[in-house]
Design a binder for this molecule. Structure first.
Ligand SMILES: CC(=O)N[C@H]1[C@@H](OP(=O)(O)OP(=O)(O)OC[C@H]2O[C@@H](n3ccc(=O)[nH]c3=O)[C@H](O)[C@@H]2O)O[C@H](CO)[C@@H](O)[C@@H]1O
Ligand SMILES: C=C(OP(=O)(O)O)C(=O)O
Length: 431
């Protein structure tokens, strides 16, 4: 298993290109199941989760080809990938494939919409809470699907196709909204989603589906209306920039100090996090190329944060922000309202000398004078990168074990950070 070694203490200075968003790319790829024609996705990130979903989609009969890089490409530009689901050859998504990544469960919606049946293993994914799928199933039942759970599989059928309905989500769910959209686009009649997720990745999916011939109105708002159509066609769509990756590197710069341009980052996708970073003392400037993040001289001010659905502070940046607060000049309270068990990074940050106390759904962080390098363990995707941020500011060397979690969601992380002056290397294939 690979490890990452970081020697802390250097400021970050330079340019970090922001990749295409993992959490947009995954549902976009899944949307290719909805049409016989080719869906071309540009700006695709190179990530373990993407490769895994390619495997899952090919099992259903999707052909995918990765277009070659243009001459002079540096490797920082995303790939273009063509997905063609001419025939669906299998409507089962087996445990061996789905258990590794939660979003792969979402294939059940387009399979059901197009084929009238789907048999999909209950999902895995990051260990950050129980993560039920009851609301995703509720949405499909409202659209007329019959759903049973058999031997760890969700077995869904809609022999006469799905039909439009009103779906009221009792809780905001990103996966629930993605799947409801993918089901409703091919349903007979009109579907209305209430209390829908407003995350930018939902808007990206809806825009792509509309390019494919869907009729979705209001994506990005709480109420979304979908007029069903009988079929969708091929399209070309560029994956939006990864707001979580951008926010992560912004926090890394706030932690180490320095001056970094996050090329391609968009402030409107992560305003709540940028506002908080500004309160900590970092300076953020929007430029034509992206976001410029600087922090000079002054220390890090403590700021209280509560995670909540978009447009509030994202849960996927909570661990990274906690890492930053471990060096703040004072006490901060970080409250996690989305996932009940998303504090796995706390004990690992403690190994580096962080002072964090858990109180129910909050972490009380008392900033330390310094952190010291240590051996730590990556436990989930965002927790892993919080350890990277802490290690960049720690004295001496930190070794992060189990970095396969990082590879799920951060494209060429060592390369990007090394390019800005960090001392970071990957040690391949050990223990
Ligand atoms: C691949 C992807 O895009 N993953 C993101 C997606 O996950 P994901 O789509 O799994 O997260 P949800 O938005 O669905 O989860 C939000 C909350 O709703 C609960 N819930 C969800 C579904 C359900 O059927 N029943 C239920 O109770 C969850 O347990 C959680 O407490 O949104 C999360 C919240 O922004 C992010 O942290 C993840 O990075
Ligand atoms: C939790 C995440 O991913 P997943 O939903 O795939 O577990 C994430 O992207 O932070």
């Amino acid at each position: 298993m690979d490890k990452i070694k970081i020697t802390g203490g250097n400021k970050l200075n330079g340019v970090i290109p922001v990749s295409g968003a993992k959490n947009a790319a995954l549902p976009l790829m899944i949307a290719s199941l909805l049409t016989r024609e080719t869906l071309t996705l540009e700006n695709m990130p190179l990530l373990a989760d993407i490769t895994q979903l390619e495997r899952i989609l090919s099992n259903h009969g999707v052909d995918y080809t990765i277009a070659g890089k243009r001459a002079g490409a540096t490797g920082d530009e995303g790939n273009t990938v063509h997905f063609t689901a001419r025939e669906i050859v299998d409507t089962t998504a087996p445990y061996e494939l789905v258990s590794r990544m939660r979003a792969s469960f979402w294939v059940f919606a387009p399979l059901l919409a197009r084929m009238g049946e789907a048999r999909v293993s209950l999902p895995g994914g990051c260990a950050i809470g129980t993560r039920p799928v009851d609301l995703l199933l509720m949405a499909m039942e409202k659209l007329g699907a019959k759903i049973d759970i058999e031997n760890g599989y969700v077995v869904a059928t809609a022999k006469d196709g799905l039909r439009g309905a009103e779906i009221v989500f009792p809780k905001v769910t990103v996966g629930g909204t993605h799947t409801a959209l993918m089901g409703a686009v091919l349903a007979r009649g009109v579907t209305v989603l209430r209390n829908a997720a407003r995350e930018p990745e939902i808007v990206d999916l809806a825009e792509c589906l509309n390019k494919m011939g869907a009729r979705i109105h209001g994506a990005g708002q709480s109420t979304v209306e979908i007029e069903g159509v009988t079929s969708l066609h091929g399209a070309r769509h560029a994956v939006m920039p990864d707001r979580i990756e951008a926010g992560t590197y912004a926090m890394a710069v706030a932690m180490t100090g320095g001056d970094v341009l996050l090329a391609g980052a968009r402030a409107d996708l992560l305003q709540a996090a940028l506002d908080v970073l500004t309160q900590t003392g970092a300076h953020i400037e929007e430029t034509n190329e992206g976001l410029r993040v600087t922090r000079n001289g002054s220390g890090i001010a403590p700021v209280d944060v509560t995670t909540a659905p978009f447009p509030a502070f994202p849960t996927d940046l909570q661990a990274q922000f906690m890492a930053l607060m471990t060096r703040a000049k004072g006490v901060s309270r970080i409250t996690e309202t989305i996932f009940e068990n998303r504090f796995m990074h706390v004990q690992e940050l403690a190994r580096l000398g962080a002072h964090i106390r858990l109180e129910g759904d909050s972490a009380i962080v008392t900033g330390a004078d310094h952190l010291d390098g240590a051996q730590v363990m990556a436990t989930d995707l965002r927790a892993s990168v919080s350890l990277v941020i802490a290690a960049l500011a720690a004295r001496g060397e930190t070794t992060i074990n189990r970095v396969y979690h990082l590879d799920r969601g951060f494209e060429r992380l060592e390369h990007k950070l090394r390019g800005c002056g960090a001392i970071i290397e990957r040690v391949s294939g050990q223990g």
